[in-house]
Design a protein around this ligand. Structure first.
Ligand code: PBG
Length: 336
């Protein structure tokens, strides 16, 4: 800190006395350019299906998602992150529907790119929406098998990019998947397809509403050891240095952007990563964070607009280049 003063010659409140000087001395700002719209799609006919734990963020039909992409363009939101709610009848242990080139993700991607070609489409690479046990990988003897899973994820990423996805976002936390996906994309001529790695993703209680939204329900099934959580592949909430190692590996493997997830409870991780690597770094304000804010606001316990905007600004202040959030359309509208 080069600037230090002493009271009474220095009075920090001088710079807070009026809106104009507060604006003039503000250190960071939030604009629609900072937002990635987290959106859940379904393959039914209804335009919107409400998700009780995520009021205001319903599942959208493919048709509604295409309309939403146009709305994103009009609002100046650069990109949409698409997550699928798959018909339960299509789920089985290996998540084979993930490799269907005419499945929901690919269909939605095509419809959105057609509707709004200038909006970036980013898709999750992971098997949990497609497996009946709700885990992100393939099971071998009840354990999530790393290398076998990577082979499927690589195919999944290729199919998504062939359908028009601009960016793939491996969210599964298998070791080595970024490098495998990069190699496969390059081998098929997709040098320009981007990878945003869920590099530091924690085994978190804050994903609960998302699992309602995509219908992955309770994790488990008899075949899975440690069925109730994802702690054998997602990170332990107590760890910070490990996040730096994860990011270093993903960047070395070819990640263009890295992400920290969840958001608000992990701002220290976000700040460390941004300071250490200087890479494009994103925060995911996850479903549980959305649900908490909406629930408190609905009860009149928080001023909704101020509280949400404060969280979004906090990500920027901590060093995020952008925020993946279910609040994106709402926030972009407020930001004008
Ligand atoms: C799964 C995935 C999850 C989210 C995005 N991709 C959940 C999980 O890891 O269990 C969470 C999104 C949210 O909570 O908003 N690959």
């Amino acid at each position: 800190m080069s600037f230090t003063g002493r009271y009474p010659t220095t009075r920090p409140r001088r710079l807070r006395q009026a809106d104009w000087v507060r604006r003039l001395t503000r250190e960071c700002a939030l604009t629609p350019n900072d937002l990635i719209w987290a959106m859940v799609v379904h393959d039914g006919a209804e335009d919107e299906i409400a998700v009780p734990s995520m009021p205001g963020a319903p599942r959208l039909s493919v048709r509604a998602a295409a309309q939403a992409a146009k709305r994103a363009a009009a609002l100046g939101i650069p990109a949409i992150a698409v997550f699928p709610h798959i018909d339960p009848a299509k789920k089985e242990p290996a998540g084979k529907e993930a490799l269907n080139p005419n499945g929901l993700v690919c269909t939605a991607t095509r419809a959105m790119k057609d509707a709004a070609p200038d909006v970036g489409i980013m898709v999750d690479v992971a098997l949990d929406p497609f497996t009946d046990h709700g885990h992100d990988g393939l099971l071998r003897d009840g354990v999530i098998a790393n290398d076998e899973t990577i082979e499927v994820l690589t195919q999944q990423a290729l199919i998504q990019v062939k359908a028009g996805a601009d960016m793939v976002a491996p969210s599964d936390m298998m070791d080595g998947r970024v490098g495998a996906i990069r190699t496969a994309l390059d081998a098929e001529g997709f040098q320009d397809a981007m990878i945003m790695s869920y590099a530091a993703k924690y085994a978190s209680a804050f994903y609960g509403p998302y699992r309602d939204a995509i219908g992955s329900g309770k994790l488990g099934g008899g075949a899975v050891k440690n069925p109730g959580d994802k702690r054998t592949y997602q990170m332990d909430a107590a760890n910070s240095d490990e996040a730096l190692r994860e990011v270093a590996m993903d960047i070395a493997e070819g990640a263009d952007m890295v992400m920290v997830k969840p958001g608000l409870a992990y701002l220290d991780i976000l700040a460390r990563i941004k300071q250490s690597f200087g890479a494009p770094t994103y925060a995911f304000q996850v479903s549980g964070e959305y649900a908490m804010l909406k629930a408190a606001a609905a009860n009149g316990w928080l001023d909704e607009e101020r509280a949400i905007m404060e969280t979004l600004l906090a990500f920027k202040r901590a060093g995020a280049d952008g925020i993946i959030t279910y609040f994106a359309p709402w926030a972009a509208e407020k930001l004008g």
